[in-house]
Design a binder for this molecule. Structure first.
Ligand code: DER
Length: 236
């Protein structure tokens, strides 16, 4: 479909522009766009990849690396990463992004921060002027199960997200449980609030029980969006 082609276009262009021959430690994100990143890296050649180690951002990412025949590594063994490539749910004009649609944003943010270069790849739906305009479920927030009800209260009554909800699983009874054994809350905010993503991210992060917030500010060096007409939009 057009959307898959857009994802592939963004991913291939990003890999061609940012995965250098000398890069050895590569962070691999989560979601449905990142498989095209791995596809392109595999095409780069087994020779180059033999000398590389690929760091996952969760179970799905690990499975992708292993099934693609790439060397798997751990971020505790490689805490400094040459380049991390990952998807996003939305990316604004300043490359701030909402991540966590796949409930993987804690490990994603660790690998984004550990990377010298952090690159976003997405289809055109994610390319927005302000956060919250196309991604409507709200800011994904990973919380320890013990604190989820307290954090929901804080969001409803203090931080201005009365619609915040615990993310329920579809093919499992009960809430989504992350790779870290935590819950996820989705918290929508007013558009005006989303124009200052750093402020709301910091306020949420300070709530006791919050593990990580799915808003990444000033972390990415570039974002690639595939368009239906076969063009690629780059923001940096
Ligand atoms: O959870 C995330 O941040 C993932 O990167 C994911 O939401 C990206 O989604 P997609 O690549 O499947 O559109």
């Amino acid at each position: 479909t057009g959307l898959e082609k857009s994802k592939q276009l963004a991913a291939w262009t990003a890999v061609d522009n940012h995965v250098k021959p000398e890069h050895r430690i590569i962070g691999i994100g989560s979601g449905s766009t990142v498989p095209y990143v791995v596809e392109r890296i595999v095409q780069l050649g087994a020779e180059a990849n033999q000398a590389r180690v690929f760091i996952p951002t969760g179970f799905q990412s690990k499975e992708l690396i292993v099934s693609s025949g790439l060397n798997l590594g751990d971020v505790d063994e490689y805490p400094t990463i040459d380049v991390t490539l990952d998807g996003a749910d939305e990316v604004d004009r300043e490359l701030n992004c909402i991540k966590g649609g796949g409930a993987c944003h804690l490990r994603e943010k660790v690998l984004a921060e550990a990377a010298t270069t952090f690159i976003l790849v997405a289809d055109h739906r994610k390319n927005v002027e302000f956060l919250g305009t196309s991604w409507t479920p709200g800011i994904p927030i990973e919380v320890v199960p013990f604190a989820y009800a307290k954090v929901l209260q804080n969001l409803h009554h203090i931080l201005g997200s009365p619609q915040a909800t615990l993310r329920m699983a579809v093919k499992k009874a009960g809430p989504v449980v992350t790779d870290n054994g935590n819950f996820v809350i989705d918290a929508p905010f007013d558009p005006e609030v989303m124009k200052k993503p750093y402020t709301i991210m910091a306020q949420i992060k300070m709530l006791t029980g919050v593990v990580e917030v799915g808003v990444f500010c000033h972390m990415a060096q570039a974002a690639y969006f595939g368009n239906e007409d076969g063009s690629v939009t780059v923001k940096w």
